[in-house]
Design a protein around this ligand. Structure first.
Ligand code: C2E
Ligand code: MG
Ligand code: MG
Length: 474
C-alpha cells in the first residue's frame, strides 16, 4: 500500500468522496471544496486587511464570507453536498449584493462593477443544482440574474462613508470587469465541455448497447472460514478506443438517459447465463451471484416477470440469484418496491441492501423490506481501524442486521486487520481486494478451484504472503 500521512489520506478520501461510482458528483464535490476554501481564504485575507484599516462594516462582510466558506467546507467534508452548495451560493450572493449596494457606489467616473460577479455565480448555480428540484435549480440562478439587472440598470446605492475613492474605483472597474468576465467565460467553457462530453458518452453508450461491448467481472464473496460463497457481478465496458471503462464513468449517464434499462437487462441475462454455466460444475454449482439493480430498472412495470422469465429460461436456481438494491431507491414508492420484492422473494430470489449506511433509510423502512442481507459500505470498512465512528457504525450495522434476522456482508475489505475486526464484530461475509479484485469469469473460476479448502485459508492468515497470489493485497 502507498504511504500517505493520515491527514493527507483523510483529505484524499474527502476529495474523492465516499462514492467513487459517480463521476458527476465527484466533480461537483471538488468544485464545492475549492469554492468553499477560496471563499474562506478570501474572507480571512480581506478581513485582516480591513481590520488593520479599521473599516468595520467591511470586516463584517468578511466575517460573513468566512462563515460561509467554513460552513460550505465542513458540510462538504461531511458529505452534505446540497446544503454546502446552498450555504456557499447564498453567502456569495448576499456578499456581492451588499458590497455592490453599499460600497461600490456608481459615479460618472467609476461605474459599479461588483455586481458583474453575479453572472458567473448564476451560471455556477445552474451547474451545481442541475440535479436538484426546479426551485433550487432555477431559483438561485434567477435570483442572481434579477439582482444583476437591478444593479446594472439603477444608480441606487446606500450612502456609505466607506465607498472607495473614485480614482481607485476607476482602475478597479477595469480589474473587476476583467476578472468577473474571465470567470464567466471559464464557467461557460466548463458547461460547454460538460455538455460535449455528455453527448459523446451518450452516443458511445448507445453504440455499446447495440454492439454488445459490455462484459461482467466477478468479485468473490467469502464466509468467515474463507470459503467462497459466491460473487458480485460488476459490469465493465470494453470501449473500442478507451479500453476497459469502469462503471463509475458511465452508470450515472446511463441512468440519466434511460440507457440503464437495456444495460441492466443485459447484466441480468449475462448473470443468469453465468449461473447456468456454474450449475454444470460441481465446484461452482452452489455459488450465488449478486447483481446490482438500478432504481429505474427496478421501477419498470415488467421487472418481476422479466427476472422470473430469465430464471425459467436459463433453468437456474432462483435462490442463487441475489439482487442488490440501494438505499436511495427506497425514497420513492416504497409499497411498489415491497410488492415487487415480495413476489420475487416468494420465487426464491434474494435481496441485499448495498452501500448500507450511506443513504437515509429509516429503521421503519428496513423492517418492512423483505431483505436477506445488509452490505456494510466500503467507506466505513476503509477506516474501521482508525476512526472510532466508522468502527461503531460497522458494529451497529451488524447488530441491526442480525436483530432483523438478516445476514451481513462487508465490502471493500482490504486488510487482514479489517477482516479480523469485522469478524469479531459478528460480520459473517466478506468481499474486497484482500481476497481478490473483480476479475473476468475464467479467472474467477480459477480462483475458486485453486483455492485451498476453506479452513486452510485463514489458518495461517497472520501473514498475507501465505495467501494464494490472486488473493494478495494489491
Ligand atoms: P458497488 O455495487 O458498491 O460495488 C463495489 C465496488 O467496490 C466495485 O467497484 C468494486 O470493484 C469496488 N471494490 C470491491 N472491493 C474493494 C476494495 O477492497 N477496495 C476498494 N477501494 N474498492 C473495492 P466498481 O466495479 O467500479 O463498481 C462501482 C459501482 O458501479 C458499484 O458499486 C455499483 O454501484 C455500480 N455498478 C457496477 N456494476 C453495475 C451493474 O451491473 N449495474 C448497475 N446498475 N450498477 C453497477
Ligand atoms: Mg453492489
Ligand atoms: Mg456497494
Amino acid at each position: 500500500m502507498r504511504f500517505r500521512p493520515a491527514l493527507l489520506r483523510k483529505f484524499y478520501q474527502h476529495w474523492n468522496g465516499q462514492d467513487l461510482g459517480h463521476v458527476q458528483r465527484l466533480r461537483e464535490r471538488r468544485m464545492l471544496l475549492v469554492g468553499s476554501a477560496a471563499t474562506l481564504l478570501l474572507g480571512v485575507a480581506w478581513g485582516i486587511y480591513f481590520t488593520v484599516l479599521g473599516m468595520w462594516p467591511l470586516v463584517a462582510m468578511d466575517l460573513l464570507l468566512i462563515c460561509g466558506g467554513l460552513g460550505g467546507s465542513l458540510l462538504t467534508w461531511h458529505n452534505r453536498d446540497r446544503p454546502a452548495a446552498i450555504v456557499l451560493f447564498s453567502t456569495l450572493f448576499i456578499v456581492i449584493c451588499v458590497i455592490a449596494v453599499s460600497f461600490d457606489v456608481p459615479t460618472v467616473q467609476a461605474p459599479r462593477t461588483t455586481h458583474l460577479y453575479l453572472l458567473p455565480l448564476s451560471v455556477a448555480a445552474l451547474m451545481a443544482f442541475r440535479t436538484s428540484g426546479v426551485w433550487l435549480r432555477h431559483g438561485i440562478a434567477l435570483a442572481g440574474l434579477v439582482a444583476f439587472v437591478i444593479l446594472s440598470a439603477s444608480y441606487g446605492s446606500m450612502p456609505s462613508q466607506y465607498a472607495l475613492p473614485e480614482s481607485v474605483r476607476a482602475t478597479g472597474a477595469w480589474v473587476q470587469t476583467g476578472a468577473s468576465l474571465s470567470i464567466f467565460y471559464a464557467m461557460l467553457y466548463l458547461m460547454q465541455n460538460d455538455a460535449i462530453s455528455r453527448s459523446v458518452l451518450e452516443n458511445d453508450l448507445r453504440q455499446a448497447v447495440a454492439q454488445d461491448q459490455f462484459m461482467l467481472y466477478f468479485q468473490p464473496q467469502l464466509d468467515a472460514k474463507g470459503g467462497v460463497i459466491g460473487a458480485e457481478a460488476l459490469i465493465r465496458w470494453q470501449h473500442p478506443e478507451r479500453g476497459l471503462v469502469m462503471p463509475g464513468q458511465f452508470i450515472e449517464q446511463a441512468e440519466q438517459t434511460g440507457l440503464i434499462l437495456p444495460i441492466g437487462h443485459w447484466v441480468l441475462e449475462a448473470a443468469c447465463a453465468q449461473l447456468r454455466m456454474w450449475s454444470n460444475d460441481s465446484q461452482l454449482c452452489q455459488l450465488r451471484l449478486a447483481v446490482n439493480i438500478s432504481q429505474l430498472q427496478f421501477r419498470q412495470v415488467n421487472f418481476v416477470p422479466q427476472v422470473l422469465g430469465m430464471i425459467e429460461r436459463y433453468g437456474i436456481k432462483a435462490s442463487l440469484l441475489e439482487l442488490e438494491i440501494t438505499e436511495s431507491m427506497l425514497a420513492q414508492d416504497l409499497p411498489d418496491i415491497i410488492a415487487k420484492m415480495t413476489t420475487l422473494r416468494a420465487s426464491g430470489v434474494t435481496f441485499s441492501l448495498d452501500d448500507f449506511g450511506t443513504g437515509y433509510s429509516s429503521l421503519n423502512y428496513l423492517k418492512r423490506l423483505p431483505l436477506n442481507q445488509l452490505k456494510i459500505d466500503q467507506s466505513f470498512v476503509r477506516d474501521v481501524l482508525t476512526d472510532p465512528n466508522d468502527a461503531s457504525i460497522a458494529r451497529t450495522v451488524v447488530t441491526l442486521g442480525h436483530g432483523l434476522g438478516l445476514s451481513v456482508i462487508a465490502e471493500g475489505v482490504e486488510t487482514l486487520e479489517q477482516r479480523e475486526f469485522l469478524l469479531q464484530s459478528g460480520c459473517e461475509y466478506f468481499q474486497g481486494y484482500l481476497f481478490s479484485r473483480p476479475v473476468p469469469s475464467d479467472d474467477f473460476t480459477q480462483f475458486v478451484k485453486q483455492r485451498p479448502s476453506a479452513d486452510a485459508v485463514f489458518r495461517f492468515s497472520a501473514d498475507v504472503a501465505t495467501l494464494p497470489a490472486s488473493t494478495k493485497l494489491h
